[in-house]
Ligand binder design. Structure first.
Ligand SMILES: [Zn+2]
Length: 604
């Protein structure tokens, strides 16, 4: 905590932060003029691309269109990133705003210019494409084309697709109404904290209030937030009914049996995987029940309520405080099992300004990694001296290394990994850091770290699967021709919480309204990916740490594969087969072990 931390924070102007701590934007384009020139060339190339329309019905015409589309896509990604990365570092900067405006409109022009390609390919006879898909010239487009052909039976003739897309704006109403109700119109009454002082609760601070040691504040936040949602129960049951009906309409229009099938088809995931995931979690609810019982006794409460669950059992997170350089050194040590090539690149990333480290005025909050093909990933952080921030470095560098290796090994078209796989590399790194830190921690720090892990599994696996199961219920009601009644959903939700959390939790009646505040239910059958991603990561980390022969190479193979195949195949080739219960079961067994460890530590 010395002189090598620059002044930073929400009041420090970006220009006052030393360039050493900022990412090197010049790696994308050496100067603003170079970017302007690239943007101009790009616009001209888009005009030329239009001439290819109607010419995809020959082998040469198709190949040319695919190659040019790929090159244009690569270029616009760079042009766009140059503007948006800078805007994220200072949202108030008028020059960055102008660049971003230009980049947004170029991106829209690109999407418009290439929009004829896929419909034109899909209108071609499939055996025409099958005739040359295995030829060397088409090698880099083989996966892209076969995926397109896989989905072809679900694409309607152009006129019908056009009609459906005309309806899409109206069809987005349920989600739009939900968003405007909960984020604009809904008013949460003022509350008080444990000292009787005025306090507030909103979606913006709810989770923060839930982690407060002040139990009155937690209880008041919970009751006020939930009962405000309760006041809108019929409206929210109707927006959800509307969303489920819209999804079912598009699913059946595209010749799927139901929304589940249509949603999973995008990633080529069999519906059995979804049902299997829920079953495996149900078979392993006992450890969650034990965790709740442990939490109840550790907190010394007669009753454990939903507003007590998020409360941490230790505040030792700050005891890991260190400078950014020290944090990078810890992450590097923790990731050493991934081998010297991985570590060398990681060190290179730290030394070569891939990262924008500290907070400044106008900078976007949170953290992300943005992989850019042909350049290198850029990582945005807002580093603070505490454990979570060190873990964020491990997490974001996981994404960055995934992008870096995939971009290095794959052609542009095959480089981008799917959302299904996206959180695997980042979470694997988080777990490696946690295990490494645990091995060198004091008992108090161990309580903190294990609690972090248990909360991650509870919220990413158990809770998301609980949501996934709820979606099966809601969409099932719609499939059966029924509408969703607030009372039915409330009763379902209370029962579901009893099943998941077990006898140690007192399920307050206010909890019945929780289903109505989950925005993800407006993106059907999405949340299960959090649970599969986390489980895949836990499996990888377990194999790597126990020194299973070949585990590291297989894991690196997963990173290098990018988006060159279906997600399930890529993971399976790397040793994680999500079509079996194993990865999820391994994760929940590890959860059970950590509950026991925590129990022993708390007894000391
Ligand atoms: Zn992430």
């Amino acid at each position: 905590m010395t002189q090598n931390i620059p002044a930073h924070g929400s009041n420090v102007a970006r220009k006052d932060i030393n360039d050493l701590y900022k990412w090197k934007i010049d790696d994308l384009y050496a100067t603003l003029d170079a970017w302007q020139a690239a943007a101009e060339d790009f616009q001209n190339a888009l005009k030329d691309f239009a001439a290819l329309q109607g010419k995809l019905n020959t082998k040469a015409g198709l190949l040319e269109a695919l190659q040019k589309q790929s090159a244009l896509s690569e270029e616009i990604s760079k042009i766009y990133a140059y503007a948006r990365l800078q805007l994220d570092t200072d949202n108030a900067d008028p020059q960055f705003q102008a660049l971003s405006g230009r980049a947004e409109s170029l991106l829209a022009e690109f999407n418009n210019a290439v929009s004829f390609v896929e419909p034109e390919i899909l209108a071609l006879p499939h055996d025409f494409i099958q005739g040359f898909i295995d030829e060397a010239d088409f090698a880099e487009f083989k996966f892209y084309l076969s995926n397109l052909l896989r989905l072809a039976p679900h694409v309607l003739p152009q006129e019908q697709e056009a009609l459906l897309s005309q309806a899409s704006l109206a069809a987005s109403a349920p989600a739009a109404i939900f968003r405007s109700l909960v984020s604009a119109d809904m008013q949460f009454p003022p509350i008080t904290d444990g000292d009787g002082n005025p306090a507030t609760v909103s979606e913006g601070n709810y989770l923060l209030n839930m982690t407060s040691p002040d139990r009155t504040l937690r209880q008041n936040s919970f009751r006020t937030l939930m009962s405000t949602y309760h006041n809108y129960r019929n409206t929210l049951a109707n927006t959800l009914t509307g969303q489920c009906r819209v999804s079912r309409f598009y699913a059946t229009a595209h010749k799927y049996n139901n929304t589940l099938e249509a949603s999973l088809a995008e990633d080529n995931i069999p519906t059995e995987l979804y049902h299997g995931l829920i079953k495996t979690v149900h078979d392993n609810l006992q450890p969650l029940h034990e965790y709740m019982a442990l939490k109840k006794s550790a907190l010394g409460f007669d009753e454990l309520h939903p507003y007590d669950i998020y409360m941490p059992l230790s505040t030792a997170g700050e005891s890991f405080a260190c400078t950014f350089d020290e944090a990078c050194a810890r992450v590097t040590e923790a990731l050493a099992p991934l081998g010297s090539d991985y570590i060398d690149t990681l060190k290179h990333a730290f030394a070569s300004r891939w990262i924008d480290i500290y907070e400044n005025k106008g900078k976007r909050s949170g953290a992300y990694s943005w992989g850019i093909y042909g350049v290198h990933p850029y990582v945005l952080l807002n580093y603070q001296p505490r454990y979570n921030s060190i873990s964020t470095i491990a997490h974001e560098m996981g994404h960055a290394m995934h992008s870096y290796l995939a971009n290095k090994e794959q052609t542009y078209v095959n480089s981008d990994y799917s959302i299904f796989c996206a959180e695997v590399a980042s979470t694997t790194n988080e777990i490696l850091l946690l295990e490494h830190t645990l091995a060198h921690a004091t008992d108090e720090q161990k309580i903190y770290l294990i609690n972090q892990f248990l909360e991650a599994v509870r919220t990413t696996v158990y809770r998301q699967v609980q949501f996934a199961e709820f979606e099966l219920f809601t969409h099932g009601e719609i499939d059966a021709g029924r509408s969703l009644q607030a009372e039915t959903l409330e009763n379902y939700w209370l029962e579901s919480n009893k099943t998941y959390y077990g006898p140690a939790l007192t399920v307050d009646k206010e909890l019945a309204s929780e289903w109505s505040r989950i925005p993800h239910f407006y993106t059907p059958f999405y949340v299960y990916k959090y649970a599969t991603g986390y489980s895949a990561a836990t499996s990888f980390a377990a194999s790597i740490l126990c020194g299973k022969p070949g585990a590291v190479d297989k894991y690196l193979g997963f990173l290098k594969a990018g988006g060159s195949d279906y997600s399930l195949n890529i993971l399976k080739n790397a040793g994680v087969d999500l079509t079996t219960p194993q990865p999820v079961a391994v994760t929940l067994q590890k959860f059970a072990e950590k509950v026991k460890e925590l129990k022993a530590l708390l007894k000391k």
